[in-house]
Design a protein around this ligand. Structure first.
Ligand code: UDP
Length: 299
């Protein structure tokens, strides 16, 4: 680990990497980089390098894990052993399990899971190179991969962290600021500014906290524009990613219909798309093996 710098912000108000306190690192997004995934994204953010792949919706096995009126969002955050200075032991860790759980929850308010009962939407995120802010980088990449997979969503999710160094709030911490700073507050939000993930390390006063939320909101909105621009560039600038009030009320009406359908006793025997014939023999074998292993499907 590098030594703690004497100062994080110089006399001109610039950080060690030359950024202003409210400036995010440069972000680059490539869409559809993996041919076997339904949707994928490669994202670079400063020195972070992240891959996201989305598969599904597909029938969830084992069946006991199915949600009868919604798709399950399964999210895996993984850091490659070589992504950090000190090699990471491969396999799930307490940290990666926690990040996977909260990241899945960050997408639940936007993905229209009710349209796909008994299925799973798998989101895999792999950190290839880490330099702080990897959970937020992974969420930004996953959001694009979901859109690339054509998963219906109320909007994109954008994520960024804010923290505190030298007694000042700074947006989008780099590694030194993350390691030696006084606070780290990663946040994910919808395009309407609804917070879907918030975590915090360290301490902030109430005033600082309020200011930090405003700062990170501006950061997320800037990232949202970068995400949208990447999607427009790939799929054409037809504004179809911007849901109107009318679109949202149509979605609500559809969701209500699905709820009413589920509540109707006449539909009790309807088991949706979960017919045994639908199971891909390879997938069935994998699922049976997983069951035998006693492995958790959460990862
Ligand atoms: N890190 C590391 N080893 C680990 C976990 C993290 O070297 O086992 C580094 C990595 O560069 C990461 C940074 O510390 O990006 C900050 O980690 P944190 O847990 O705050 O998550 P992040 O900010 O990446 O979401």
């Amino acid at each position: 680990m590098s030594d703690k710098p004497d100062k994080f912000i110089d006399d001109n108000g610039l950080r060690l990497d030359g950024r202003r306190v409210d400036e995010i690192r440069p972000m680059k997004i490539d869409i559809g980089v993996l041919s076997r995934a339904d949707g994928s994204c490669y994202l670079e953010w400063g020195k972070n390098k992240v891959l996201a792949a989305v598969y599904g919706p597909r029938t969830l096995h084992p069946r006991r894990k199915q949600i009868p009126d919604a798709a399950l969002i399964r999210y895996r955050y993984n850091m490659a052993s070589f992504s950090v200075e000190d090699r990471i032991r491969p396999g799930p860790s307490r940290r990666s399990v926690e990040i996977s759980k909260v990241s899945a929850e960050a997408f639940e308010p936007v993905v229209l899971t009710k349209f796909y009962p008994n299925t799973v939407i798998d989101i895999f995120t792999e950190i290839i190179q880490a330099d702080a802010g990897t959970r937020t980088a992974a969420i930004n990449a996953a959001s694009i991969a979901l859109a690339d997979a054509g998963i219906p969503m109320k909007g994109l999710v954008s994520a960024c962290a804010v923290g505190k160094v030298d007694g000042q709030l700074v947006l989008d911490l780099n590694k030194d600021e993350d390691n030696f700073g006084a606070a780290d507050l990663p946040v994910a939000m919808t395009q309407d500014g609804e917070i879907t993930l918030i975590q915090m390390d360290g301490n902030l006063t109430q005033e600082e906290f309020k200011e930090a939320i405003e700062m990170v909101r501006a950061g997320c909105m800037e990232i949202l524009e970068i995400q949208k621009k990447a999607l427009y560039t790939k799929f054409g600038d037809d504004s179809s990613f911007d849901l109107t009030e009318e679109d949202l009320s149509d979605i609500q009406a559809d969701e209500q219909l699905i709820d009413e359908d589920a509540d109707n006793p006449a539909n009790e025997d309807d088991e949706g798309i979960d017919e045994p014939e639908d199971i891909d023999p390879d997938e069935k074998k994998i699922n049976e093996e997983e069951e035998l292993d006693g492995e958790s499907d959460e990862q």
